[in-house]
Design a protein around this ligand. Structure first.
Ligand code: FMN
Length: 176
């Protein structure tokens, strides 16, 4: 079955990294469905049933977003809060829709890797900052498979850097 990639970017039209990642994913439409929720829900009113059915009709789930205040942007959080309801995701018989589903993250990060960690600007490494997602996956019995980071997005990455990362991102998704 195909992989579903949920993309949230409040300013997608000006995005460089996330847009390039989406372009790469769209080269393989037989493998990935890319769903840009900010484009779909300009009024931020999410069709919960439609989103749940999308997940049900796919295998793995990727959450892709730019790091905003060391978190996902608001619409991704709203999407998680409203779509991933415990009664749909898990049930006592172990047949909930998120049970054992592989989940991973693709995140673009403005800061450099060296800015993340103890005594650095952001105090913690990105793996630590993404723990709420890892922990949520545990709670809903999903299988958290880690993340692919693109660092230093705000330090004028070259086209070659971004092209290379797009291909690594695809490899990461295929390897989870
Ligand atoms: C409101 C806002 C908050 C941000 N917070 C962070 C942050 O906490 N850490 C960081 O490294 N970059 C931060 N950034 C930079 C974005 O992560 C970066 O611009 C984005 O990942 C680039 O991806 P794009 O080319 O797809 O827009 C922030 C940007 C904005 C607009």
């Amino acid at each position: 079955m195909k992989t579903l990639v949920i993309v949230s970017h409040p300013n997608y039209k000006d995005s460089i990294i996330n847009k390039r990642f989406v372009d790469e994913l769209n080269k393989y439409k037989e493998k990935y469905t890319v769903h840009i929720i900010d484009e779909e829900y300009k009024d931020a009113v999410i069709d919960i049933k439609k989103e749940q059915e999308l997940i049900e009709n796919h295998d793995n789930l990727i959450l892709q977003f730019p790091f905003y205040f060391v978190n996902c942007p608001y619409l991704m959080k709203k999407w998680l809060d409203e779509v991933i309801t415990p009664e749909w995701a898990i049930n006592e018989h172990g047949t909930g829709e998120m049970e054992n589903r592989k989940v991973a993250i693709g995140v673009s990060i403005g800061g450099k890797k060296e800015e993340y960690g103890k005594d650095k600007t952001y105090l913690y490494i990105v793996e630590e900052l993404l723990r709420p997602f890892e922990s949520t996956c545990s709670y809903i019995h999903a299988n958290y498979r880690g993340f692919y980071p693109f660092y230093a997005a705000e330090y004028e990455p070259t086209k070659e850097d971004i092209d290379k990362a797009s291909k690594e991102y695809i490899k990461f998704i295929d390897s989870i």
